[in-house]
Ligand binder design. Sequence first.
Ligand SMILES: Cc1ncc(C[n+]2csc(CCOP(=O)(O)OP(=O)(O)O)c2C)c(N)n1
Ligand SMILES: [Mg+2]
Length: 562
Amino acid sequence: MMAISPEPGYPAGMKRAGKHIFLDLLHSEGVDVIFGNPGTTELPLLDAFVVEDRLRYILGLNEVVVMGMADGYAQATGRLAVCNLHAAPGLGNAMGMLYNAARAGAPILVTAGQQDMSIRLTEPLLWDDLATMARPLCKWSFEVASLAELPRAVRRAAKVALTAPTGPVFLSIPGDVLTAMAGDELDLLAPTRIGPRLRGDADAIAAAAALIRASTAPVIFAGDHVARSGAHDELAALAEAIGAPVYLEGMANTAAFPSNHRLYAGTVARMTPALRALMEQHDLLISIGADLLTQSQATGVEALAPGTKVVHLDDEPWQIGKNFAATAAIQGDARATLPELTALVADCGAHRSTAIAAGLAAKKAALFARADAMAGDLPLQPMPVLKLIGELLPDNAIVIEELLSSGMNTVRHLVPAVAPDSWFGMRGGGIGVAIPQAAGIQLAHPDRPVVVLSGDGSALYSIAALWTLAHYKLPVVTVIFNNQSYRILKQRTRAIGGHSAEADSFVAMDLQDPAIDFMAMAKAHGVAGVRAETLDAVRTAFTTALAAGTPTLIEIIVDREV
Ligand SMILES: Cc1ncc(C[n+]2csc(CCOP(=O)(O)OP(=O)(O)O)c2C)c(N)n1
Ligand SMILES: [Mg+2]
């Protein structure tokens, strides 16, 4: 039994308040930071922080920022991240970012203060049924009715968030749970961690090997699970052995395969006609933890031809065969399972690898040549800017990407994404997550350069995160590609071929009149601001910002033509 330690400053044997017990529980679950934005229902917790020296409270100026920070921290560490929101409106504000975190499988314990149980029935201000609000986006959602329930609820929440498929969980914590007192009669219980290295079923692996050996043109799609599992080497060994290009899944979030590997083929298209064209060139799709196949818009075209055979390995059974029948279906951890598969296929396609790599190298060279050809253009084109940033980026940097039209499927060639924990971006598609995530990631990795690549429109959803960077001295370099528009929406509107395409006119997609003053925005939040309109200026601004040790916002003026 874990005994209750005395409240700081009080003699042993005294009863201890729920607010301290809550922090004891989190500390013993390995938590060292809570991201939050406080209100009346959370005041007991904030009061506890006055004498708390094991955990830090990191303030975000709204719940979009708070939830995004927790998401970044959770994804960058793989450990439990905790955030604390303010009752129903705070949880409501956080929902978009909670959606992103859920899609990314980020292990987060989302908590919200709740009105006291004693007045719950009267429907007080800020009250609502929080557990029901959070439930669709969380693996488990529960309202803690008493201090007696708190230890078991926190233990279960942490275990559920961290067990594959990892993801957010929610606890509603009424104020009177935090102010109630308990003594040694309350057992704080202990953490449970389920070992993640589940090895796939031997028969399913043998079935997958047989399909691969019979294939003449296999293709591999790699997803977040590969990065989380740390299975780069194991996947590279498989790809070389079977002679297959490796694509990242459509809404590629992590560096699921090292971009400097000779079989790295970039991200797959998000639109199904392009995806279908790619799949016509292959007779077997091998998905290693990829989301098959996220569509960003209905096109009426199926991504896979009928009868395409699929080998599907994932730690998440829900994903396996979800939309496309898995001919061989393996539930397991990639790093633990791939070596057995690679051994069984015995270099069956290794003879193809060099030719495939040569083809990919030629495509990559052509892309770099295209970027070089645009190097003299003004206003700047995104491609030469990205190529330059890629050249200047330190090896141990972490990139958080939310570029939309400035990035698409070129950014992950032009800016290297090598280590499995070196890149995060846009899993859920809800924009405004990048700068908050960067704050969480920089807190998790204080010694690594952290760089945000964001569109102007996206940055504005959560620009208040700049203040958190300044306040906690987090030296994130925030690079904003400013085209004064929602350019990707213009491209998509034009593609549907209606009045916009005909008249070259777009409603509600220009961020002008007035233009957003990003330099004033930086100054207002206490971070350094630099505007760059040429490649030379980008070079100077980026190298200076990396060396500064304090946060910088770099605004790059890029072409706004659609
Ligand atoms: C929370 C949320 N609101 C709205 C959207 C719709 N949306 C997708 S991209 C986009 C515009 C992005 O603009 P910007 O970041 O400037 O990139 P650009 O398209 O100009 O390259 C919008 C509004 C979204 N994905 N998520
Ligand atoms: Mg824009």
